[in-house]
Ligand binder design. Structure first.
Ligand code: ADP
Length: 191
């Protein structure tokens, strides 16, 4: 099994790179953002609750995303591995993910962190906002708040994986293919 945490601020390219990685390594993509957006689209009670928080650029409660991930892990027992995208976003989520994986005899193998300059993040998110109907990408103050939340609550999750020697920094500027090559190289070095 190959279980990867793809990490980085909003707009770092986690979703884009995950789509390429799952094809090459035959992994299952678990994006809490995508799962939450599906719940919003289906207007489930959880989705309605999450929408209010997501539209402000805040984090949804840990229990909510932990429950969603737990269900996904149970539903994909035959997966060759997982890419966790947008999760864990707090140290509590990282600890709970470890507990869930350990109980299944699994673990995280690698955390890859996409490093991208602040101005580039804003540019990419604004651009995505023009092309998609994501409300949280269409308001610069919400974008700035998400980056602030990342710096305040999420960035520190990297230390959790550093302590386990699972952390690799990846230069996240350049073309999609160049960045993909860097990620593949890091996986190769790990394997
Ligand atoms: P991005 O990383 O581009 O901001 P995501 O699609 O990963 O976008 O997440 C969108 C929003 O969903 C976040 O701003 C947050 O409100 C919520 N969210 C997603 N994953 C989590 C998580 N693991 N914990 C808390 N909130 C989350």
């Amino acid at each position: 099994m190959l279980n990867i945490v793809l990490f980085g601020p909003p707009g770092a390219g986690k979703g884009t790179q995950s789509e390429k990685l799952i094809v090459k390594y035959k992994l299952k993509h678990l994006s809490t953002g995508d799962i939450l957006r599906a719940a919003i689209k289906n207007q489930t009670p959880l989705g309605l609750e999450a929408k209010k928080i997501i539209d402000k650029g805040e984090l949804v409660p840990d229990e909510m995303v932990i429950g969603l991930i737990s269900r996904e892990l149970d539903e994909h027992k035959d997966a060759k591995g997982f890419i966790f995208d947008g999760f864990p976003r707090t140290t509590i989520q990282a600890q709970e993910l470890d507990k869930m994986l350990t109980s299944k005899g699994l673990c995280i193998n690698l955390m890859m962190v996409l490093e991208v300059e602040h101005n580039e993040l804003i540019k990419r998110l604004m651009n995505r906002g023009l092309q998609s109907n994501r409300a949280d990408d269409q308001d610069v103050s919400v974008i700035e708040n998400r980056i602030k939340v990342y710096d305040e609550y999420t960035k520190v999750v990297a230390d959790y994986y550093k302590a386990q020697n699972k952390y690799v920094a990846i230069h996240g500027m350049g073309s999609i293919d160049e960045i993909f090559e860097r990620l593949c190289q890091a996986i190769k070095e790990y394997q």
